[in-house]
Design a protein around this ligand. Sequence first.
Ligand SMILES: *[C@@H]1O[C@H](CO)[C@@H](O)[C@H](O)[C@H]1NC(C)=O
Ligand SMILES: *[C@@H]1O[C@H](CO)[C@@H](O)[C@H](O)[C@H]1NC(C)=O
Length: 227
Amino acid sequence: MRFSHLATALGATHLAAASVATTAARGPYNETFDQYCGNGRTEGTLTVNGKKFSYYCDVAQGTGSSHYVKLSTPEKCMDVCDDDDDCSIAVWDRSLGQCWLGQPAGTRVPYAGRMVITELDPLASCQESLAKYKPGPPTCAASDRKIAEVNDTSFYIVCGQVPSTMTKQEGVFNNLEDCLRLCTTSSACSFASFETQRKLCYHSSEDFVSTKPNPFPDWDTGVKIPR
Ligand SMILES: *[C@@H]1O[C@H](CO)[C@@H](O)[C@H](O)[C@H]1NC(C)=O
Ligand SMILES: *[C@@H]1O[C@H](CO)[C@@H](O)[C@H](O)[C@H]1NC(C)=O
């Protein structure tokens, strides 16, 4: 936000007198800062008016303006920026809630207690939507699909589906993970399906996964991902 726009903002549009009164920052805003940057977090995303932005912790960056407004949260700071076509970066400081607005100038540099908020990094939104495909424990929840790892073997977890041909396995299986673990020991096993009511484990050597939704709610299946 350029100075002329800042003047506009401080006038009638973004920061009407009433809103200044309720958002006037006193500081320090350590608790607010820690909500975003506590526990050593270095970056994340925050949402303003349903729109996501990337933020970076304990860094500062030039905005082309030395003027600031005082706002008590990074959201309020980015909200003003989002309203202005000439603003694409907001910098917020926890000490007094200073909010600098403008265009990025130079690179981000370490600065304790300050946050840089910008347009959503495309990688951040990608990583967020990929999160459910990251390896995790093999569980079936609703029709979630995700990657699980058992004994260094990855499985694509498909809920409520079974391959059309499969062989019942002998043994005691408490959960899908037990059934998948046995599957890791056999190169012929490409699917492992666990029946959750009777705790039965079936293996299959098929190489096809149906896209049909959940016809078998009691079945959790892992499809081995070849290395
Ligand atoms: C806020 O955090 C800063 C930096 O850690 C510290 O110097 C200051 O004393 C804190 N203020 C309050 C009120 O906790
Ligand atoms: C799988 O992991 C178990 C321990 O969790 C281990 O006893 C077993 O030897 C492993 N099997 C393979 C094939 O790596």
